[in-house]
Design a protein around this ligand. Structure first.
Ligand SMILES: Cc1cc2nc3c(=O)[nH]c(=O)nc-3n(C[C@H](O)[C@H](O)[C@H](O)COP(=O)(O)OP(=O)(O)OC[C@H]3O[C@@H](n4cnc5c(N)ncnc54)[C@H](O)[C@@H]3O)c2cc1C
Length: 395
């Protein structure tokens, strides 16, 4: 009989197993041939493992159920994650926007450090073994796999979401949770690209800083035009709201402010102060690339000299920079979204321990929970923080 069995060897499960092993005999079961297959892909293979923003700012980057994380982030937050990996001998660096990466620029540095720590702490690991079901007996739990059966006093479920299923995250944990009568909220793609109604032929154009105005949301960040729509950090952030609205609408309209640092008046003044003998296109090129100008200003002759355009046309030119409207017909699917939104409802999880409030000695941590962040290191922070708390709570 094990004291603790951890199901799933992603970031959440690995740290949970290390922390649970302080006073316990622990087994981690992973269906892949290696640990952290998704973790390996993170940050473009460089692993943006956390973000050192203040907790208040951090909370703004968690669009749903952020209050659930107060306790776990307090116990093991971004600075603790930083210190933890540094102490494990992985030098880290802080990049733009407070994102933390291993100095090696290799996610494998993080996986290897965790794996080594699991071995040092005598965590048993079963690879290539898939958990099929969990039977909750009165005094113990039985874990049935495709190869064997194990008895354990406690179980931590860290099977991840449904995104990038080829990494092993195929949603198995939702089935275990459902069988245990845990509530599962609706699953949806989060952090994904958008497909526009019209093909834009603007692929490859990047705008470093736009503001997306969508309903009451104001989201800033970079934007990339793709062969069939839009991508990039600002788009990833807005995508889950667009997805939800597209359930009842054939199309939704995004308004993109391509010059968020100036208001209409300031731009109008800038246009008036600009060399009036020059053409409109030369002024616009100060803000957006030529190919985009040609697309947006199809109906306006941008080769006209500024001096020859009316006040009304000037206002129109400005408002087109501030309110570029695009119709969206679809988002990326859960399979290719970075994150799965929804999951095991936090209503029945104790935020201080990650233990189910329905079943004693059953814990959930990581992306399987109905809590996620935007891109920028927030999701790995959630995985490490909730995994740490689940593991510690088993002692
Ligand atoms: C391409 C990509 C890049 C990303 N980049 C970043 C980034 O830079 N920073 C960031 O913060 N977040 C990033 N994320 C998100 C982040 O990777 C996840 O939020 C995080 O991996 C979730 O950790 P987890 O441990 O909960 O689940 P997972 O990492 O999904 O791990 C779950 C594990 O459980 C195993 N498993 C599942 N079912 C079973 C079963 N039945 N039996 C046994 N084992 C099972 C799986 O094989 C898997 O190894 C990225 C995501 C993607 C897809």
């Amino acid at each position: 009989m094990y004291d603790v069995i951890v199901i799933g060897g992603g970031p959440s499960g690995m740290i949970a197993s290390i922390k649970a092993s302080i006073n316990n005999k622990v087994l981690l079961i992973e269906k892949n041939e290696s640990l952290g297959k998704k973790l390996k892909l993170t940050g473009g293979g460089r692993c943006n493992l956390t973000n050192l923003k203040s907790i208040d700012y951090f909370m703004k980057e968690i669009p749903i159920n952020n209050k659930f994380l107060y306790s776990s982030l307090n116990k093991f937050g971004p600075n603790d994650i930083y210190e933890y990996f540094t102490n494990l001998g992985v030098p880290l660096k802080i990049e733009e926007d407070d994102k933390v990466f291993p100095m090696s620029d290799k996610s494998t540095s993080i996986i290897e450090a965790l794996n080594k720590e699991m071995i040092l702490n005598n965590v048993d690991i079963k690879y290539n073994e898939k958990v099929i079901s969990i039977i909750n007996k009165d005094s113990y739990k039985e874990i049935i796999t495709n190869k064997d059966k194990y008895k354990t006093k406690k179980v931590i479920i860290t099977t991840g979401g449904l995104s990038y299923p080829n990494t092993g995250s195929t949603g198995d944990g939702y089935k275990f949770a459902k069988d245990l009568n845990q509530e599962i909220t609706t699953l949806y793609p989060a952090e994904t690209y958008l497909i526009t109604k019209e093909t834009l032929s603007l692929a490859g154009i990047t705008l470093d800083n736009v503001r997306i105005n969508y309903n009451k949301k104001r989201i800033e960040g970079s934007l990339l035009f793709t062969h069939n729509g839009l991508s990039g950090p600002s788009i990833f952030k807005v995508s889950e709201f667009v997805y939800k609205d597209l359930i009842n609408n054939k199309y939704i309209t995004l308004s993109i402010d391509m010059v968020p640092n100036y208001n209409d008046n300031e731009l109008f003044n800038k246009l008036n102060e600009y060399d009036q003998k020059k053409e409109v296109i030369s002024f616009l090129k100060e803000f957006i690339p030529k190919r985009l100008i040609e697309y947006i200003y199809k109906e306006i002759d941008t080769n006209k000299k500024i001096v020859n355009i009316s006040k009304i046309d000037k206002q129109k030119i400005i408002s087109m920079l501030k309110e570029f409207k695009l119709e969206i017909k679809e988002t990326g699917s859960i399979d290719n979204a970075f994150i799965t939104g929804g999951g095991v409802s936090i209503k029945y999880i104790n935020p201080k321990t990650m233990e189910s409030t329905i079943h004693k000695d059953i814990y959930f941590a990581g992306e399987i929970l109905d809590v996620h962040g935007y891109t920028g290191g927030y999701n790995l922070t959630i995985a490490f923080s909730t995994g740490y708390v689940a593991g510690i709570s088993c002692n």
